[in-house]
Ligand binder design. Structure first.
Ligand code: TMP
Length: 234
């Protein structure tokens, strides 16, 4: 697939046109940011690892009946995907309190939630991706009520599939963020699923194996991404 002009460059990925207007190439970079771009850095091999990890997760989800934008892995850093019109709503699913949820409710990080918690954030860098509910989403005309139902159902289903898969690999899926978009009238899962967008803890030690190592300067960042690739592949 021929790489055309760059359509978009984000913090962690670049998107290129292809000869097919319905397909784009996504390239995963080693650049890492946190706190809405305030903290910047590089994680060696992150792009290669996130491309490989996202490929495995998208394949797993497709196999279990979740429609995604994924078509195929092209090379180390690139995947071919269906072009989406992204819905500007991040869907966050949580199994254990951590990060902004722990902070907002004054909960200890690591507190188990009796059932998964779904959150929505409005994708707007200038506003810092604020937390919203479905009424805000409707008022923003970012999604319809049916779309919101789908995002919630898909989020919970993806949570079950990924949590089970990771549990068999001695890893807890603490929380994660998803993005969806429209392709030919259908909502597909888009973006990536990687240690950049999920929290993974070792089941026995609760060691962090995700981007929190970068956000919180815990060290061994690349090693954590490598370890997650090894677990997910195995
Ligand atoms: P949070 O606890 O900081 O709100 O993060 C919840 C989940 O969403 C966590 O798995 C990390 C992921 N996430 C992103 O993918 N992108 C972001 O910009 C943020 C803030 C979180």
């Amino acid at each position: 697939m021929e790489k055309g002009k760059m359509l978009y460059e984000g913090k962690a990925k670049q998107v290129f046109a292809t000869s097919d207007p319905d397909q784009v190439l996504v390239y995963y970079k080693d650049d890492a940011t946190a706190f809405n771009g305030e903290k910047k850095g590089t994680i060696n091999s992150k792009g290669v690892l996130n491309n490989a990890i996202s490929t495995l997760f998208f394949e797993l989800l497709e196999k279990d009946g979740v429609p995604t934008h994924f078509l195929k892995k092209i090379d180390d850093r690139g995947m071919l995907v269906k072009k989406l019109k992204i819905i500007p709503i991040e869907v966050i699913v949580r199994n254990i309190a951590a990060g902004s949820l722990a902070k907002r409710l004054g909960w200890e990080e690591g507190r188990a939630l009796p059932q998964p918690v779904i959150e929505f954030c409005y994708k707007d860098d200038a506003l810092g991706d604020p937390l919203i509910n479905r009424y805000h989403a409707l008022a923003l005309e970012a999604a319809t009520s049916r779309d919101m139902d789908y995002l919630e159902e898909a989020g919970l289903k993806i949570n079950r599939i990924l949590s089970d898969y990771l549990k068999d690999r001695q890893t807890i899926l603490v929380d994660f963020k998803l993005e969806f978009g429209f392709h030919q009238g259908r909502i597909l899962l888009g973006d990536e699923i990687s240690p950049d967008t999920c929290r993974f803890w070792d089941e026995a030690t609760r060691e962090k194996l995700d981007k929190d190592r970068f956000r919180r300067d815990l060290g061994q960042v690349e090693e954590a991404y490598q370890e997650m690739y090894k677990r997910i592949k195995g």
